[in-house]
Design a protein around this ligand. Structure first.
Ligand code: SF4
Length: 379
């Protein structure tokens, strides 16, 4: 019996794959067979359903005290070329300029040493006052850790104050690669692996859901990728609050790792497949098109992914690292991409409640917004 046949048997028996399985799968060259295994699991969990949402990204400041080697977005101080910080009013005006069908604002920033904590509370509360039905997925675990240290609060105090201001969930960024060897080389200034996981688990215990990520395709080994995935799986066994795993492909422009080539499309698709096979307790795997490229993201829908992310207007972090994807995809383009892949599009909110599917996808933005308000009242 071949290795992949043995894996298929394990999957059929709902047996967990282990570290050795994961490493060997990532080295597997039979990409179609690997994809077929991941697709079988994906279809067992979700059928053909493929999720997307209507969202925007808001990066209110790129001033950051950290020096992550892969980062093209941050500037160390105000006044440096390219540094910016929006006022709260400017940030809220960006949201106000977006259409009524927007259901989520994804907020991630640099670690700015000169802003008061009230800046972040006012930002969340101001967006909620403007559009109460919008879900605020905001601040990575790295930012939450920074807030606690910089403003002298516990992690729980930070989370509770942000929740009182309107925080709805945490994004998955900042995990990078959990292996200490890698973190020491590429992101030694930010919270470590155990701290990152503890913050997500604290959020889960307070009732928040969150996402998780892996930044791959730079200096990490295949073993370190699998170690990262298994640490996420173990954390999820404890608190169960991760909704979605998002593989983040490294981009090599305008940062200190420019000499590295970055992952190929085959690396991307293998990682999606192996993540789907190893992460048996995380419901969704997302092909984040803004980082992966639209075509690879669409292909990943047959390699374990069941989510294409959203319209993603205003994304800066990967654009500044050389991503060549469009600035935004319209809702109609997302639906077309999913249908062209032979899948069934489902518009979701951040927490995977269905906003529209089937004929309702063609309903007016007002009707869909009404549905979102109902979901929010019930949440
Ligand atoms: S990745 Fe985040 S924490 Fe690191 S330098 Fe960039 S903005 Fe700062």
């Amino acid at each position: 019996m071949s290795f992949l046949e043995k894996i298929a048997e394990k999957l059929e028996a709902r047996e967990r794959l282990d570290f050795a399985d994961g490493v060997r799968l990532l080295g597997e060259h039979d990409l179609p067979a690997l994809g077929a295994l991941a697709n079988r699991v994906r279809e067992r969990m979700h059928g053909d359903r493929t999720y997307f949402n209507v969202n925007m990204h808001l990066n209110a400041t790129n001033v950051c005290v950290a020096d992550c080697k892969f980062c093209s977005f941050a500037r160390l101080e105000e006044g440096m070329p390219g540094a910016y910080t929006m006022t709260v009013a400017e940030a809220i005006a960006k949201v106000a300029s977006r259409p009524a069908e927007l259901t989520e604002v994804h907020i991630v920033n640099g670690l700015h040493p000169g802003l008061p904590f009230s800046y972040y509370e006012e930002l969340l509360a101001g967006i909620k006052a403007l559009r109460p039905a919008i879900h605020l997925k905001a601040f990575t675990a790295v930012e939450i850790h920074w807030f606690a240290e910089h403003y002298g609060m516990t992690i729980d105090e930070v989370l509770r104050r942000l929740m009182a201001a309107g925080l709805g969930s945490l994004p998955g960024g900042g995990a990078e690669v959990f292996a200490e060897r890698v973190r020491n080389k590429i992101c030694r200034d930010k919270v470590g692996a155990d701290g990152w996981i503890a913050i997500h688990q604290a959020a889960h215990r307070l009732g928040l859901r969150s996402n998780c990520t892996l930044l791959y395709g730079h200096i990490e080994t295949l073993e370190e990728r699998v170690d990262h995935l298994l640490r996420l799986r173990a954390a999820q066994d404890v608190t169960g609050g991760f909704q979605t795993f998002i593989p983040l492909a490294f981009h090599n422009e305008n940062n200190a790792l420019e000499r590295l080539p970055g992952p190929t499309a085959v690396d991307d698709l293998k990682l999606f497949a192996v993540a789907r096979l190893l992460l048996d307790n995380i419901p969704h795997v997302k092909a984040y098109w803004a980082m992966l490229g639209v075509k690879t993201a669409q292909t990943a829908l047959w390699f374990g992914a069941d989510d294409l992310d959203g319209t993603v207007e205003e994304e800066k972090i990967y654009k500044m690292a050389g991503s060549r994807t469009p600035e935004a995809l319209s809702r109609g383009e997302l639906i077309r991409l999913i249908r062209a892949a032979g899948r069934t599009p489902v518009e979701r909110d951040t927490l995977y409640h269905v906003v529209a599917e089937g004929d309702a996808l063609a309903a007016s933005p007002e009707r869909r917004r009404g549905r979102l308000e109902v979901l929010n009242e019930g949440a």
